[in-house]
Structure formats: structure tokens, C-alpha cells
Write a protein that binds this ligand. Structure first.
Ligand SMILES: NC(=O)c1ccc[n+]([C@@H]2O[C@H](COP(=O)([O-])OP(=O)(O)OC[C@H]3O[C@@H](n4cnc5c(N)ncnc54)[C@H](O)[C@@H]3O)[C@@H](O)[C@H]2O)c1
Length: 326
């Protein structure tokens, strides 16, 4: 068994490797060749522990995430976690890795895969609302799939984004990409071809204004609770279909649950990314309006496929610390 730390995880894989693993997860999900029990949430007051087991024919992955809302105030990350990978045939543990890194790595890749299929090929700018851990990785992957030259940032609470800007430019490692901080999300929308939100917002992070949202590829990865939403109703007047990962997203996220309940969104207009990718690969691309929208709530199968990739690449490259249980 090996333990794989943050640096080793990133040394083992490329952004494109992880996006391929996410596409593989969609394919496995579409074929039904997995077992993913509903995630178990243990909550004590506002702090939550999430346990997400998932079985494929090759591996079993169990991600444990701690979501502690007060952490950012104390300079600690909102999410922290652990991933355990077991062999699916023998049950033997194969690897333990940093679950927070895995979450950001795979959630960023989910956003990147969305940008690859739903954004315009010549998109030059991306706007990020919510400059936290997920947000940083969303921008990294979007920049890996589109010729991005401008990044726009907005955060409602973190007003000094200098540290975030430094981290992001280091991760992007491309001087030709310029990064700008916006006063509000209206300014961000005016400049961005692709907009990503990665917040814990309760109410939409953009103004409910069709003119401002028109023509954007909207990617929403935050606010997965039923009472929370990031995207306003105006988006549903501009798109033909909203894409998501699995039917459960319609219950779990206010971004889908609320517009479905109010009738702004019709159930037949909720489509799945796995079908979009499969149809596109089989030469039957979906027709989209000028504005597109993807809502992510995540799933354990993403973690499992990303962890399998990290583990197998780590073994191939001799990365990771071997642990002897005896
Ligand atoms: N879809 C998925 O698979 C997936 C995976 C992991 C996390 N998430 C979700 O993504 C969200 C962000 O997680 P994180 O780890 O990056 O948290 P984080 O605390 O590191 O970052 C969130 C940022 O959003 C900002 N923010 C909060 N409300 C805002 C608002 N209304 N407008 C603008 N900015 C706002 C905060 O100030 C913070 O900087 C959470 O809701 C989390 O549950 C989703």
C-alpha cells in the first residue's frame, strides 16, 4: 500500500489525464458498471462529515470529506479529506491519498470537461465567482482546454485577492494570461466568455439579467444543498437544456430543484453530460443555444476514477511512500 501526498499526486498526473479519467467516469456511469450508494452525511450543528463509497469493477474508493464552515475565518480550508482506494477483487487497501487535493483535482476536471463540450472553441476569457480552493482549479482546467487570455475574479467576502492571484498565476505558468479583479459579478459577466461559480452562496451570485448572461457558458459547481443556488432564473430563458451529472442533482441542488419547482425549468430540459459526450463521440452532437449551462454536484465515481488514475500513474512512475502494515 502507498500513501500519496499532494505534491506526489500532482507529479503523477497532467490536467488532461484527469479530464480523460472524468470522461471515463461518465462512460462507466452511462453503462451502469458501478455501485455508488447514496453518500452518507453525518452532521453535528453546522459541521458535516461526508462519506462517499463507490465500487467499479477494478477498485473501491471511499472519500471522506469534512465540511467545516467556520474554518475559513480561522485561516483553515472549508473542506478537508481523505481518499482510500481498495482492490475490488480482494478488498485489499492499495492507496491512501489527500482527499481535498483529489476533490479539487477532479472537480476542476469536471469543469474543464464541461468547458471542452459546452463552451465556444475560441473563448478567450473566463470569469470566476468564488476565489477559493475549487475556484482556483476550475480556472486551471478551463485554461487547459480553451485559448484563455483573460481571467476575471470576483469574491463577495475575500476582498484581498492578491494571494489568490499569485497562486493562480503560478499554477497557470503562462505570462500571456492576464488576471483582473472585479468589483462585482456584473463587471465580471461583461468581460467573460465562460463564467464559473464555486461558492457556498444561498442566493444567485449573478444579477437576474438576460442581457448580461447571454452568450456565456455558465458552469456552476458550488452550492449543492437544496436551499442554495448560484445561478439566477434568467439563464433558463437563454438555454435550451441544462446539463448535469445525474438525476439526483435535481433534488440535491437548489440550482435545479428551485427552478423545477417554480416551473422556470422543465424536467425534459434537464440533460446529462454522459449522453452529451457519448453522442458527440458517436457523431451526433447536441444542438445548443448561444448560452449553455452545466450544474455540477459531483459524485463518488469521479473520485474513484481520478484516484485510480493517480494510483496507477504513481506506481508507474515510482511515486508515493510504501507502507508496511506489519
Ligand atoms: N460540484 C462538486 O463536485 C463540488 C466539489 C467540491 C466542492 N464543491 C462546492 O464548491 C463550493 C466551494 O468550495 P471551496 O472548497 O472552493 O470553498 P472555499 O471556501 O475555498 O471557496 C469559496 C469562496 O467563495 C466565496 N463566496 C462565498 N459566497 C459567495 C458569494 N455569494 N459570492 C461570491 N463569492 C462567494 C468565499 O468567500 C470563498 O472565497 C462549496 O459549496 C462546495 O460544497 C462542489
Amino acid at each position: 500500500m502507498i500513501i500519496i501526498n499532494e505534491k506526489e499526486m500532482w507529479d503523477a498526473v497532467t490536467l488532461h489525464d484527469v479530464m480523460d479519467a472524468i470522461e471515463k467516469a461518465y462512460e462507466i456511469h452511462r453503462k451502469g458498471d458501478y455501485y455508488m450508494p447514496e453518500r452518507f452525511i453525518a452532521a453535528k450543528e453546522k459541521n458535516m462529515m461526508l462519506y462517499m463509497p463507490c465500487f467499479s469493477s477494478e477498485y473501491i474508493g471511499t472519500k471522506m470529506l469534512a465540511e467545516f464552515p467556520d474554518n475559513p475565518k480561522n485561516g483553515l480550508p472549508y473542506l478537508s479529506g481523505l481518499m482510500i482506494l481498495n482492490d475490488a477483487v480482494t478488498g485489499q487497501p492499495k492507496a491512501i491519498m489527500n482527499g481535498s487535493v483529489l476533490t479539487a483535482m477532479r472537480t476542476g476536471a469536471v469543469g474543464g470537461v464541461c468547458a471542452k463540450y459546452l463552451s465556444k472553441k475560441d473563448s478567450k476569457s473566463v470569469g470566476l465567482v468564488g476565489c477559493g480552493v475549487q475556484g482556483l482549479h476550475q480556472v486551471m482546467y478551463v485554461c487547459a482546454v480553451r485559448p484563455i487570455k483573460y481571467v476575471y475574479l470576483y469574491d463577495a467576502f475575500n476582498k484581498d485577492l492578491s494571494g489568490f492571484v499569485n497562486r493562480l498565476s503560478e499554477k497557470l505558468g503562462d505570462d500571456s494570461i492576464s488576471i483582473h479583479v472585479c468589483e462585482n459579478s456584473t463587471e465580471l459577466l461583461k468581460h467573460s466568455d465562460i463564467v464559473v461559480s464555486a461558492t457556498q452562496a444561498v442566493d444567485p451570485v449573478y444579477p437576474n439579467d438576460e442581457e448580461l448572461l447571454k452568450g456565456k457558458c455558465v458552469i456552476a459547481v458550488g452550492s449543492w444543498r437544496p436551499e442554495r443556488r448560484e445561478v439566477p432564473d434568467a439563464v433558463f430563458k437563454l438555454i435550451n437544456n441544462v446539463y448535469t451529472e445525474l438525476p439526483y442533482a435535481c433534488e440535491e441542488s437548489g440550482d435545479l430543484r428551485i427552478p423545477l419547482e417554480t416551473g422556470v425549468l422543465k424536467q425534459e430540459n434537464v440533460k446529462y453530460m454522459e449522453d452529451l459526450i457519448s453522442d458527440e463521440k458517436n457523431g451526433n452532437p447536441h444542438k445548443h443555444n448561444d448560452t449553455t449551462y452545466f450544474k455540477s454536484v459531483g459524485m463518488g465515481l469521479f473520485d474513484l476514477c481520478a484516484a485510480q488514475l493517480v494510483y496507477e500513474k504513481a506506481i508507474e512512475k515510482g511515486i508515493g511512500q510504501k507502507i508496511d502494515w506489519k
